[in-house]
Design a protein around this ligand. Structure first.
Ligand code: 5GP
Ligand code: MN
Length: 342
């Protein structure tokens, strides 16, 4: 855990500030929940907080309180730049390095003259003036709860804040099932329910928003699944053509990789998704137990993340990407075989 200059940050926040809060590119539930949860809290404390996202996020997160106030850097560039110009501090939430916001926004942020404050649970964070980094945390939303607690303001958590934070903890823990879910996570969740988070509605808003074509896309993904039993590995591919056929929309493939891991005996699950727009194959890696997909993604696919959930990309075509992936597995055969004992 790194806690850097917290006292100084607390002192800085004792006077009204113009705050910008930023999540990573392709924001997920934890990025949206943590940025908006922090925004509601800082607004309530008398600051003016504006959330900026590099690009769009899926429909199933648009109901989160305050979502309508978010500026997208790619679409609402003028408003975003204006907000950055007048800001006195920038909070970076749920990512560890500036490149995670994408080239354009990264260039803008690198010229920023005031201080950055990072709150994040990813490995190997870059250095910023104020930092709260803890890779053992289930989610950045859990850390925002801790942050508010360190600010001695838990009593200020209201229904909006509680709803935002509940959402990110829920999505980043796979609904409270991953190893990062501790008794403390459950205690925080209990407190968020006491403070007004309507758990049944949150689960339903996030999970029961499928379109028919999304289910068909899932069906296609599952029929593309390939199992490599000797490596306890299963992977899924999804081509641009298949995405088009089933009216792919942002977020439609969220969580699909987990089906690979849901197979009995599989400890390494991967999905390869062709992305014509960026000219890459976007990859999600998931593992059970000791096998670190963070290292794997860093070493071979220009990515990173957490030990059991990470992402990366490949500039080869799908066929060559799969060939490269398969060629990497033999050296990990022992690690994969012993990664997770049931
Ligand atoms: P997902 O597979 O859901 O996109 O991402 C899983 C985890 O890996 C997330 O915590 C995400 O922040 C991280 N991640 C995803 N893609 C990348 C990437 O290209 N680079 C890095 N460093 N991390 C990534
Ligand atoms: Mn997260």
């Amino acid at each position: 855990m790194i806690l850097k200059q917290f006292k100084e940050l607390k002192e800085f926040l004792s006077r009204p500030q113009e705050v910008v809060i930023i999540g990573h590119r392709n924001p997920d539930g934890d990025a949206v929940g943590s940025t908006l949860g922090l925004k509601h809290y800082l607004d309530k404390k008398g600051h003016k907080a504006q959330v900026l996202m590099p690009n769009e996020y899926p429909d199933f997160l648009h109901w989160i309180p305050g979502s309508e106030t978010v500026y997208r850097f790619d679409r609402q560039n003028n408003q975003s730049v204006k907000a950055l110009k007048k800001s006195t501090i920038i909070f970076l939430l749920d990512f560890n390095a500036l490149h995670r916001v994408g080239h354009d926004m990264q260039n803008t942020l690198e010229k920023y003259e005031n201080d950055f404050a990072l709150i994040d649970h990813h490995q190997q964070p870059d250095d910023f003036t104020y930092m709260y980094s803890d890779t053992s945390m289930s989610s950045t939303c859990q850390m925002v709860y801790n942050f508010i607690e360190m600010m001695e303001d838990v009593d200020m958590i209201d229904k909006h804040i509680a709803t935002c934070l509940y959402t990110g903890i829920m999505t980043d823990t796979g609904s409270f099932r991953f190893r990062s879910t501790t008794s403390r996570t459950h205690r925080i969740i209990a407190d968020l329910i006491d403070k007004g988070a309507e758990n049944d509605k949150i689960h339903s808003n996030v999970n029961d928003s499928n379109t028919y074509s999304r289910l068909l896309l899932l069906g296609q993904s599952l029929s593309n699944l390939e199992i490599l039993p000797e490596y306890k590995t299963a992977f899924i591919t999804l081509s641009q053509e298949e995405k088009k056929k089933f009216n792919y929309e942002k977020g439609d493939t969220e969580g699909v990789v987990n089906y690979a891991l849901s197979l009995k005996g599989i400890v390494f699950g991967v999905i390869f998704i062709e992305d014509e727009e960026q000219g890459i194959i976007k990859i999600s890696f998931r593992s059970k137990g000791k096998f670190s997909v963070n290292q794997f993604a860093r070493n071979y696919f220009n990515g990173g993340g957490h030990d059991n959930a990470s992402g990366g990309k490949s500039e080869l075509n799908m066929e060559d990407t799969i060939a490269k992936f398969k060629s990497l597995l033999p050296q990990y055969i022992d690690e994969l075989q012993t990664s997770y004992e049931v």
